[in-house]
Design a protein around this ligand. Structure first.
Ligand SMILES: NC(=O)c1ccc[n+]([C@@H]2O[C@H](COP(=O)([O-])OP(=O)(O)OC[C@H]3O[C@@H](n4cnc5c(N)ncnc54)[C@H](OP(=O)(O)O)[C@@H]3O)[C@@H](O)[C@H]2O)c1
Length: 219
């Protein structure tokens, strides 16, 4: 499987990157970010790109993929709806439209979040925008598209969030996190479980397009 990964420097993306590099099923992995991860691996090639609303400059490098794992995303805390929409919906759909056109056999997996609002009309701004993003992705002509909606994520294997607030939160919860993951599999998953679930869903599919935390852990 040839994989393209967005957001590899982030908490979810670092976990997905690790599982992809470990997986024998992944032949090659291209990471796209505004900075490199700095990791060296024979399977990994990194593309640095600055305009996530326009991929025309690197379009020639965006074909030949079986799966896209889209882990780029931001917390809505302190953001205007306009800016949050630009990154969450704008960046994701700009990338997805190009990838769907160039890779009609692609499986696209998007990291959304627990509580995403598929109606697009609820009271929570972030949930509406994520819902609109998911709905648009599900309309694009991919071979298949899956929406991962994790709740609380335990970072494993040295993975760190880019978001300071989350880093403080994870440091404070520290030793409790593995216990929470074991006790509450409906609400808590790990970066490793997300990465491994993405690989399995990309190669074998899943009966429904939206995977909540319990589905991710079940995969
Ligand atoms: N963490 C959680 O507990 C959790 C739970 C549920 C859902 N999620 C969802 O999972 C996704 C990833 O979250 P995360 O925790 O991995 O976030 P994170 O640690 O903050 O990482 C965010 C990733 O997105 C990239 N990114 C952010 N803004 C960008 C921009 N303007 N231009 C280009 N790249 C940008 C970052 O790149 P740089 O390294 O260049 O900043 C990084 O690779 C998000 O959609 C989030 O809503 C997270």
């Amino acid at each position: 499987m040839n994989v393209i990964l967005f957001g590899a420097t982030g908490m979810v993306g670092q976990g997905v990157l690790r599982e992809c590099l470990l997986a024998p099923s992944v032949e090659s992995l291209v990471s796209i970010g505004r900075a490199v991860t700095g990791q060296q691996h024979p399977k990994l090639r990194e593309i640095v790109h600055s305009d996530f609303l326009d991929f025309s400059a690197i379009e020639h490098q965006l074909s030949g993929f079986d799966a896209c794992f889209f882990c780029l995303g931001v917390s809505s805390a302190g953001m205007t709806e306009e800016n949050y929409h630009r990154i969450t919906y704008g960046f994701t759909i700009a990338a997805a439209r190009v990838l769907a056109r160039l890779n009609p056999n692609m499986t696209f997996i998007y990291v959304s979040g627990a509580g995403t609002d598929s109606s697009e009309h609820g009271r929570s701004m972030w949930a509406r925008v994520k819902g609109k993003t998911e709905n648009e992705l599900l309309r694009l002509p991919f071979r298949a598209a899956y929406m991962f909606r994790p709740g609380l994520i335990v970072p494993l294997h040295g993975v760190q969030s880019k978001t300071k607030l989350y880093r403080v939160f994870y440091t404070l919860l520290g030793p409790l996190l593995p216990m929470l993951n074991a006790r509450f599999p409906k609400y808590v998953t790990t970066t490793e479980q997300i990465g491994r679930a993405m690989l399995k869903v990309a190669s074998e599919g899943w009966p429904k397009p939206v995977l909540e935390t319990s589905d991710i852990n079940q995969v």
